[in-house]
Write a protein that binds this ligand. Structure first.
Ligand SMILES: [Zn+2]
Length: 326
């Protein structure tokens, strides 16, 4: 029996780290999760990842070759393979995560941030297959973006290109987690949607089902449910979110002229409630030469497995000697 080629995909989160053995088609041949234990040094997590990878490989009853390791991690720099000042991990200013994993597993290793991993996953295994110009927008607790232009993932001068979430939507607007004011992420994200609802309730007088929810308990999911039940405040919040998103995406289109923009992440699960009006607003704001030619689409990756698929896609592309799939 010919050995099959596999990669180890790793998704490092603030509390949980997931591992998966993926083949070139993205099929999952074994998965495990670990507690990240971000208060301990990175080397400790790396040692546990290596040990668990051995367990997964032992369980496989077919001959295989492990070709490399792909990692998605918060605050990762794809150019350097480092993780810099991660918010939820006590790792200090800079950790050479690619170097540590390479030493532990003796395999080629590629590291990137979650937003770029999402773009790579969409490219190899999702709706962006065959495209040379597209953008992925990850909507969850923040707004991440990965930009592929002319067949390459755009990394820029220092590996940090493409932070659309921290471009200014509103001068002197809402305070953002990054310290600036008015960032897109402070409006278009799960917490941003909740802030919009609270602002609308304050403005219109607190009526409807969301007025009964204590502000701290308000979640994007509750807003979504209220919108599905026809609550005008929730519907207005989604429309405002779609308008802001459409406006900023229209600007992004001017930079790289993508064929499609993919929405992924938890808030994208609101589906047509967000996508359809955002497509309308996008077209309205677009330079007429682009109008009707940029499709806003939902990710074709399963939400639950998308982070591992992205990490796997990253290393497969790297092994194949390019910034991305041909
Ligand atoms: Zn910001």
């Amino acid at each position: 029996m010919e050995p099959i080629d596999l990669v180890l995909a790793v998704d490092i989160g603030g509390t949980t780290t997931s591992l998966g053995l993926l083949d070139r088609a993205g099929a999952d041949l074994g998965q495990a999760t670990l507690a990240t234990e971000g208060h301990r040094p990175a080397a400790d997590l790396v040692a546990r990842i290596a040990a668990r990878a051995d367990v997964l490989r032992d369980r496989l009853d077919q001959p295989h070759r492990l070709r490399g390791v792909g990692v998605g991690a918060p605050n990762a720099n794809g150019r350097r393979g480092t993780v810099d000042n991660p918010v939820n991990l006590d790792w200090g200013p800079r950790t050479d995560l690619a170097g540590l994993l390479q030493d532990a597993l003796d395999l080629p290793t590629a590291v990137t941030n979650d937003a770029n991993a999402a773009a790579m996953g969409e490219w190899l295994f999702g709706g962006a297959r065959g495209l040379r110009d597209f953008i992925t927008i990850t909507l969850g607790t923040g707004l991440g973006s990965g930009i592929v232009a002319e067949g390459r993932l755009v990394e820029g001068a220092d590996g940090l290109a493409g932070e659309l979430g921290h471009t200014v939507l509103e001068v002197d607007g809402r305070l953002c987690g990054c310290g600036n004011r008015g960032c897109l992420e402070a409006y278009v994200s799960a917490p941003g949607l909740c802030r919009t609802v609270l602002a609308l309730l304050a403005e219109r007088g607190a009526t409807g089902p969301l007025a009964a929810v204590p502000p701290r308990e308000l979640t994007a999911r509750r807003v979504f449910q209220a919108a599905m039940e026809g609550d005008p405040v929730a519907l207005a919040a989604f429309d405002a979110t779609a308008r802001w998103l459409g406006r900023k995406l229209a600007e992004a289109v001017a930079h790289t002229r993508p064929e499609a923009i993919f929405l992924c992440g938890g808030l994208a699960a609101a589906g047509e409630l967000l996508r359809a009006p955002a497509q309308d607003w996008l077209d309205r704001f677009l330079f007429p030469a682009y109008r009707g030619r940029v499709a806003l689409r939902r990710s074709e990756l399963p939400e639950a497995g998308s982070a591992l698929l992205g990490a796997g896609a990253l290393i497969w592309s790297r092994l194949e000697g390019q910034g991305g799939p041909a």
